[in-house]
Every structure is written in structure tokens, then in C-alpha cells.
Design a protein around this ligand. Structure first.
Ligand code: ADP
Ligand code: MG
Length: 398
């Protein structure tokens, strides 16, 4: 789950990180009062969407010559003018895709006098199985380009979870970022603060780009992107409260209501599978036979008929889906429950695309009987290989 920049900054401020003063704005009429709460004379008006690259982004409605999604303003009047131009329009950035994202919230922030822009993030480094800091002196711009063109300018430091951020770690990070004097002292307090927030809140990514050295020599978190581990949300009600569903895929929101592990993908074969490993294998074999899955979906072990029905409805509601593959290996999950769920869903919403069903395991005979007696137009398959071939052939029309 992702949150907005202003929410991430509020959260980090609670841990003691240095962030600028700022006020979120949801309506055009709120801009003047928001700006007046800030010291001035420099303000920044920042689009709040769940995507980066906002500064270099372009508003669809405003044409190529208009300013981007992060704008400096030198007066309250300018803040108001930018707000009126930006709010409600669609911002296209490198990360939004060509459709862009509608800007429904702005963040009016105190402007900083920037000396240097640095990059800092914390993530889980799977190669060593530990949280790691990734830092670079080349912040503010496209870090992917830095990684590709000048990888020596990126420094990675894994943290021992038992020890946390040690004095030796701080020294290495300060050196890598070329911080000294007051900035290095700020680093000494900031790095452990960010690490604490990352671990306590079960983040999967905490990215500060840029982290700045100001002209007065102090550090400040100027941008903040935070993602949380969805599987740990149950223990963070405060984080769940920050969720902005208007930023999320509708199908994924619906799936999360039923506690389904669902991820929307770009292909045209909808998949309903039990077990994450089998779901991955199913996607792989669809690709092997030359097609692409429309989604990842693990209905889980003890799914009810209602849950299966909901899952099937989510798949069929996706206009990109040109065929469906149900692949169940019943262990804890019973094949008859899957069959009942599929039949109930089809009765409700109909079935306009080919459906291949492969059932195996607990109550398989009963499951097959339910499907056969339902009168559904189902293509039966014996095993995974057979099922994948049949659905790919059906979708390709041969
Ligand atoms: P994005 O990464 O989505 O483009 P950022 O928050 O990083 O958005 O802003 C882009 C750039 O705008 C920053 O690299 C920085 O140069 C400038 N900027 C952002 N916030 C401020 C601020 N409060 N004061 C001064 N400049 C800012
Ligand atoms: Mg940024």
C-alpha cells in the first residue's frame, strides 16, 4: 500500500525527521489560507499522486509549455494561481503511464534554499535478506539513470537487524553522501530515525529523493515516497487510515475487500488459482504457450463459496480478459466449493469468454459433477499443461 508525500512527511515528522512546514489542500478555495499559514516568501505547490517524476511531469489539459506538477511560487497570489491551474487536472509523469493521474490533492510547502540534492532510500535487499540503505550524491533526478550510467555513484549498505544502525554505519553513510559539519551531525540523528520508521511501520520502501543539504548546512527530507507491506497492515490501523483508494486499481480494491491476493496485469487470460506457488506456475505456463496472464490471483486455502464468486466476478469484469483459466489443486481448498463459486458467479454475471477448468484433489469428482450439471459451457482439462494449451488456443481462436 502506498501513501501520499504529505502523509509520509507527517509520519516521518512524528519520528523526529526534519521536514518543511506544509498544508494539504483539497479544494481551490483552501489555497490562500494554506499559504498564509507558512512563513514565505518562497512556497512550493506540489501535486499529490501516487507516482514520482511529478516535477518533470506535464498536465494533459495545459499543453506542453505549461509548468510541471511541482511548482515554486514567490507569493500567496502565485500559490493561488498555481492551485487553480493544477487542481483537478491530469498529470502525466514517467511513472503514471500515458493515461496520467488526476490531481485531487495539492501540498503547499515552505520553500527551501537548496545547496545539494542527495538520494536516500531504505528497502529490503533480498540478496542479503536485510534492510539496506541505498544512497547517492546524485539526488533529485532520475535515480534509475544514475544506476544505469554511473552505478559507482550509488552506495548500498545492508543493516544488521540485531544491531540496528550503528555508529560505523552512520559514518559510512555520511562519507558516501559527502556530508560534514552540521550536515553530518544531522545525518547521525536522521539515519536511525528513518530506519526506525521503516522497521516499526513495516515499510517495504522508504525513498527520500531528494534529501537536501540546505544553504544553512542542515539536512531536510524534501520528498518522501513510502510503500507498506500489505501483509503487515493488520497491525497498523493508523497506516490503513491513510489509504487513498482513488489512487488504486479498482479491481485490486474489490479483491482486498474479500481478502484475495490479486494483482492486475496486462495480459488477456484471467486466472483463478489456489496457492501462490501454483498461481505463479500457472502464469509461467500461460507465457510458455505464447499468451499473457491478465492477473495473479490466489484464492487461498479455506476460501468460501462467496469468496470464490467474488474472485470470479472480478476476473470477468475486466474488459481485457478474453478467456479464463481456473486451476485448482484441492488440498485444504475443496474442489466442490470452487465449482459452486464459479457456477454462482456465472449465473449472476454471465460468461462471455471461453472458460477452461482444471480440478484436481479433494472432492474432485463432486466438483466436476457440479460443473457438468450446471450446463455451463466449460472446456475441461486434465492437467496444468493441457489446461494452459486449451485456454491459449481458445483465446487465439483456434
Ligand atoms: P518528484 O520527485 O515527484 O518530481 P519532488 O518532491 O522531488 O517531486 O520535487 C521535484 C524537485 O522540486 C526537487 O528535486 C526540488 O528541486 C524541488 N522542490 C521540491 N520541494 C521543494 C521545496 N519545498 N523547496 C524547494 N524546492 C523544492
Ligand atoms: Mg522526488
Amino acid at each position: 500500500m502506498n501513501i501520499h508525500e504529505y502523509q509520509a512527511k507527517q509520519l516521518l515528522k512524528g519520528y523526529g525527521a526534519p521536514v518543511a512546514d506544509g498544508v494539504p489542500v483539497f479544494q481551490k478555495g483552501e489555497a490562500e489560507a494554506a499559504a498564509k499559514k507558512l512563513p514565505g516568501p518562497l512556497y512550493v505547490v506540489k501535486s499529490q499522486i501516487h507516482a514520482g517524476g511529478r516535477g518533470k511531469g506535464k498536465f494533459k489539459e495545459l499543453g506542453p509549455d505549461a509548468k510541471g506538477g511541482v511548482r515554486l511560487a514567490k507569493s500567496v497570489e502565485e500559490v493561488v494561481a498555481h492551485t487553480n491551474e493544477m487542481l483537478g487536472n491530469t498529470l502525466v509523469t514517467k511513472q503514471t503511464g500515458p493515461a496520467g493521474k488526476q490531481v485531487n490533492r495539492l501540498y503547499i510547502e515552505d520553500g527551501a534554499d537548496i545547496d545539494r540534492e542527495l538520494y536516500l532510500s531504505i528497502l529490503i535487499d533480498r540478496t542479503v535478506g536485510r534492510p539496506a540503505f541505498v544512497v547517492s550524491t546524485e539526488g533529485g533526478m532520475d535515480i534509475e539513470a544514475v544506476a544505469e550510467e554511473t552505478p559507482e555513484k550509488i552506495f548500498t549498505l545492508a543493516i544488521d537487524p540485531e544491531a540496528g544502525v550503528t555508529a560505523a554505519d552512520v559514518k559510512k553513510l555520511n562519507e558516501a553522501l559527502k556530508l560534514d559539519g552540521q550536515a553530518a551531525k544531522d545525518g547521525e540523528t536522521l539515519f536511525p530515525i528513518l530506519y526506525k520508521a521503516f522497521t516499526e511501520k513495516d515499510m517495504s520502501l522508504l525513498e527520500v529523493n531528494p534529501l537536501i543539504v540546505m544553504e544553512n548546512g542542515r539536512l531536510r527530507v524534501l520528498d518522501a515516497k513510502v510503500s507498506f507491506d500489505g501483509n503487515a497492515l493488520f497491525r497498523h490501523e493508523d497506516v490503513v487510515a491513510l489509504r487513498d483508494t482513488t489512487e488504486e486499481d479498482e479491481k485490486e480494491i474489490e479483491a482486498s475487500k474479500y481478502d484475495l491476493a490479486y494483482v492486475a496485469l496486462d495480459g488477456n487470460i484471467g486466472c483463478m488459482v489456489n496457492g501462490a506457488g501454483l498461481a505463479m506456475a500457472t502464469m509461467d505456463i500461460i507465457k510458455l504457450y505464447g499468451a499473457e496472464p491478465a492477473n495473479f490471483l490466489d484464492v487461498g486455502g479455506g476460501a468460501s463459496k462467496e469468496k470464490v464468486t467474488a474472485a470470479f466476478k472480478i476476473i470477468t469484469a475486466d474488459p481485457a480478459v478474453k478467456g479464463i483459466l481456473v486451476n485448482i489443486f484441492g488440498g485444504i481448498m475443496r474442489c466442490d466449493v470452487i465449482a459452486e463459486g464459479v457456477v454462482a458467479a456465472v449465473k449472476e454475471v454471465g460468461l462471455k469468454v471461453p472458460l477452461v477448468v482444471r480440478l484436481e484433489g479433494t472432492n474432485v469428482d463432486l466438483g466436476k459433477k457440479i460443473i457438468n450439471e450446471s450446463g455451463l459451457n466449460v472446456i475441461a482439462a486434465d492437467d496444468l499443461d493441457d489446461a494452459a494449451k486449451k485456454i491459449v488456443a481458445a483465446v487465439k481462436g483456434n
